[in-house]
Design a binder for this molecule. Structure first.
Ligand SMILES: O=C(O)CCC(=O)C(=O)O
Ligand SMILES: [Fe+2]
Length: 300
């Protein structure tokens, strides 16, 4: 057996940097299995000094699963890389007066695709240009957040679902974008996900709330909203989080099933920040209750 890759912890809460791997090169099955083991154990993997073509970024990601192509939001034009729609561009840069990517993407705690019936399993974000200050990304370990909940709160939420709504929260989460069109609203129906989610590969339970969550089943709306606020604040306490200060060439692969993340603001009138992301497809969330019953997400 080959020796495991050398790693360096990023924080107490989650994440390792993987050393001695060139993600632009070819990996054998053993390397891929080892990376997946590390990913499942640490929730986020950092690779530094990554210099790859869009094709190599895509090829590396495909070793973890099928890709998901991001639809454009609140605009007719998509913010994906021209010629490579599997790569989403997160950027404030304009060329010939036109934005080349999505500006202010993810400025609030979330996991990718949490407002969809089939959220995204993971995402792999590569930094090409970073501002001299600000623009960090925070990551939270939602297994740890779940494990630290009081028994009373766990009792209130175990086995319940929470409604995630793109239409209700679009204006709050993307004040810089035009409103959703009626067609977009129809294409993004609300979804009820289990608030506590069983990770399909590790079997561990993670807290599953984020910035698109609006209501909890079986709880009056106001009370549910207050509980969501309490849970979302709890999930991102410092002891569960790591803040990444990007250098260009960094690439982070995160697991959306057991983490949340948020991009932190920066002066985007003055500085440029340019990132490219591939996104992994996923599966329908579920929770296995203490009695062994499996409950799944449902559409509204
Ligand atoms: O730009 C970032 O730091 C993260 C943006 C985001 O939420 C994402 O790419 O999924
Ligand atoms: Fe995101």
């Amino acid at each position: 057996m080959k020796p495991a890759f050398e790693t360096r912890p990023l924080s107490e809460a989650l994440g390792v940097e993987v050393l001695g791997v060139d993600p632009s090169g070819s990996l054998d099955d053993g390397d891929v299995a080892e990376l997946r083991r590390l990913w499942l154990a640490h929730c986020i993997l950092l690779f530094r000094g990554v210099d790859w073509t869009p094709e190599q970024h895509i090829a590396f990601t495909l070793q973890f699963g099928a890709l998901y192509t991001m639809p454009g939001i609140a605009s007719k034009t998509s913010t994906n890389l021209s010629g490579h729609p599997e790569i989403m561009v997160v950027s404030n840069i304009k060329r010939a007066g036109k934005p080349i990517g999505l500006r202010r993407a993810g400025w609030g705690w979330h996991s990718d695709g949490e407002d969809k019936m089939v959220p995204n399993m993971g995402s792999l974000l590569h930094a090409l240009k970073v501002p001299p200050q600000g623009g960090d990304t925070g990551f939270a370990n939602t297994y740890k957040a779940y494990e630290a909940l009081s028994p009373a709160i766990r009792k209130r939420i175990d086995g319940r679902r929470c409604r995630f709504s793109r239409t209700e929260r679009h204006a709050v989460n993307y004040p810089n974008l035009p409103p959703l069109t009626d067609q977009e609203k129809r294409g993004r129906p609300d979804v009820w996900h289990p608030i506590t989610r069983t990770h399909p590969e590790t079997g561990r339970t993670a807290l599953y709330v984020g910035r698109w969550a609006v209501e909890i089943e079986g709880i009056p709306k106001d009370e549910g909203r207050a509980l969501i606020q309490e849970l979302t604040a709890h999930a991102v306490k410092p002891e569960f989080t790591y803040t990444h200060r990007w250098k260009s060439g960094d690439a982070i692969l995160w697991d959306n099933r057991c983490t949340q993340h948020r991009a932190m603001p920066f002066d985007d009138d003055t500085y440029e920040r340019h990132m490219q992301r591939t996104t992994l497809d996923g599966d329908t969330p579920y929770f296995v209750t203490a009695r062994g019953e499996r409950m799944e997400s449902v559409l509204s």
